[in-house]
Unconditional design. Structure first.
Lengths: 257, 281
């Protein structure tokens, strides 16, 4: 099983003329197995967005900083990962940021003005798609039980959103629904571009329905009972989420008959 | 050092190395106890489901002092019967197997208390299938204190340093509202007792009387000496989150605590320092 991803290496000193580093303009914070790699690639396709080749989509900068928070130099180290030509937008997307209790506050310190992106998917489908053991990143002592619980908890979105909203103003957070991105990618992408301060025009040659990362790893096969159980357990949590997000279309997600 | 002592030390070292390599034992139920002549097995009268590090061993021991409560010799408090039930189909044979753990003579009752049942999202519904009439017991504790106690326990039983996954996992266990919603979806509210560790510490005799009444047992006064001491007390220094982590945990628990007041009408949030600190009590 993979260990926690390492933080990317700091870029070599010296930027090309006219380039600059600074806090990310946008940070995707959620959520795993919900099409974030696909959506991130569509952001990068915009002519006004760039990201250095040495900085991956998922920076995982805050994962290991649960104990002491940000220490001296950390904020500069984070900013150094986002080099771009003047006027370009730059960002990253680490789907676990929203889950970890300590991360929203640290992100607010490191990138107070960043626009945050959250892509949510029917938690039952998210669970099915999750390579449960791998995504929970348990090493010694990993049990199927712990992995199933970790995967389930990732789909309880309302509390994660409330933790995010506790430190970031609502208007700084865009919550997208994966199912709507699939159904109407152009409209949702324009919305996303606009949200991070870009011209909303989608590049004409851009292939919108390519699903990056889609088939990697086995899907979890759910029995009828397992699926029913997930649907029943998620139903009240989805209702709570819908109460927080008037735009959320719950008819796109499974609900008990 | 005698040969015997040396052998024992080697065995301890070996088992620790095995534990480090293999990870914690996958808990599962032991063999069911024998059913003596004239006794009958059946569904448990009560099932304690949580929460971990909230005084459940102590409380279960006190319940077992009641003359009408039977505990088969050698049967552990925690059966962990449903731990693996997510992965495998659960049928009539499993229900019968569960009920074999609770042999009682006429007029007595039996039960178990596995604190992990509360976090396992699949378990409340299965308990309702295997023991539809059971009384469900939940002991809650200030989530930040529970968090500290859980990690203290982990540090005491494993030499591995804490990771971000441990921290997130321990945090998640203290988000009680979604866990309680699953229990309350599977059982009618009048058959779910949600107590607070702090209230039990403050006035054990009164809380125990309530527990017995909830279980439908006749009143039973306990010798104050028997009530006294905690089972599994923490002996090492308690895990202390850094100020930065502590602030995040409190902020993370606040929305959950706010839901608890609606879910559990009788809950006394003022006995939880965390709730007071976030302004909910």
């Amino acid at each position: 099983m993979p260990a926690a991803p390492r933080e990317p290496r700091q870029p070599a000193a010296g930027l090309p003329d006219g380039w600059q580093t600074g806090p990310p303009d946008y940070v995707g914070v959620g959520t795993a197995r919900s099409g974030t790699t696909w959506w991130d690639s569509l952001l990068l396709a915009h002519p006004g967005v760039s990201r250095p080749a040495t900085t991956p989509k998922e920076v995982h900068f805050f994962d290991r900083r649960w104990e002491h928070g940000l220490v001296e130099g950390d904020i500069a180290r984070y900013h150094a990962l986002f080099a771009r030509p003047a006027g370009h937008r730059c960002g990253e997307w680490t789907p676990g940021y929203m889950l970890d209790a300590w991360t929203p506050a640290l992100l607010r310190q490191a990138a107070p003005d960043a626009r945050l992106l959250v892509l949510l998917r029917d938690p039952v489908e998210r669970f099915r798609s999750g390579r449960t053991l791998a995504e929970s990143r348990f090493t010694v002592g990993a049990t199927a039980r712990a992995a199933a619980n970790a995967a389930f908890n990732r789909g309880v979105y309302a509390d994660q959103l409330l933790r995010l909203w506790a430190v970031f103003p609502h208007e700084q957070v865009l919550v997208l629904q994966y199912e709507r991105c699939v159904a109407e990618p152009r409209a949702q992408l324009e919305r996303t571009y606009r949200f991070i301060g870009l011209a909303p025009e989608v590049p004409p040659e851009l292939e919108l329905d390519v699903r990056v990362n889609g088939s990697r790893g086995p899907k979890v096969t759910l029995s009828e009972w397992q699926e029913g159980q997930l649907v029943r357990c998620y139903a009240p949590e989805n209702e709570r989420l819908a109460a927080l997000l008037p735009d959320l279309d719950l008819t796109l997600w499974k609900s008990p008959r | 050092m005698t040969l015997k002592a040396r052998a024992r030390r080697l065995a301890v070292r070996g088992s620790r190395a095995w534990y480090r390599w293999r990870g914690p034992r996958q808990p599962g139920p032991p063999e069911p106890p024998p059913c003596p002549d004239g006794w009958r097995t059946g569904p448990p009268h009560y099932v304690g489901v949580g929460a971990q590090k909230a005084g459940t061993s102590w409380w279960n021991r006190l319940i077992e002092t009641h003359p009408h409560v039977v505990s088969p010799p050698g049967q552990p408090k925690e059966l962990h019967f449903f731990d693996r039930s997510w992965e495998e189909p659960f049928g009539t044979a499993d229900i019968e197997s569960y009920q074999r753990y609770f042999p009682v003579p006429q007029g007595s009752v039996a039960g178990e208390w596995t604190p992990g049942y509360l976090i396992d999202f699949w378990t409340p519904e299965l308990i309702a299938r295997a023991a539809p009439e059971a009384h469900i017991l939940v002991l809650l504790r200030d989530p930040l204190e529970r968090f500290r106690s859980g990690l203290t326990h982990q540090l005491a039983t494993s030499s591995a340093p804490l990771t971000d996954r441990d921290i997130q996992g321990a945090f998640q266990r203290g988000l009680y509202a979604p866990q309680l919603r699953r229990v309350l979806a599977a059982f009618p509210a009048e058959r779910v007792w949600i107590g607070q560790y702090e209230a039990c510490r403050a006035d054990p005799a009164r809380q125990l009387a309530r527990t017995f009444a909830f279980l439908g047992l006749p009143p039973h006064e306990l010798d104050p000496d028997a009530i006294g001491s905690e089972v599994n007390p923490t002996t090492r220094e308690k895990f202390q989150p850094s100020p930065s982590l502590r602030a995040s945990l409190l902020a993370g628990y606040a929305p959950d605590l706010a839901q608890l007041t609606e879910l559990v009408p009788g809950l006394d949030l003022s006995s939880w320092p965390s709730a007071r600190e976030v302004g909910l009590a």
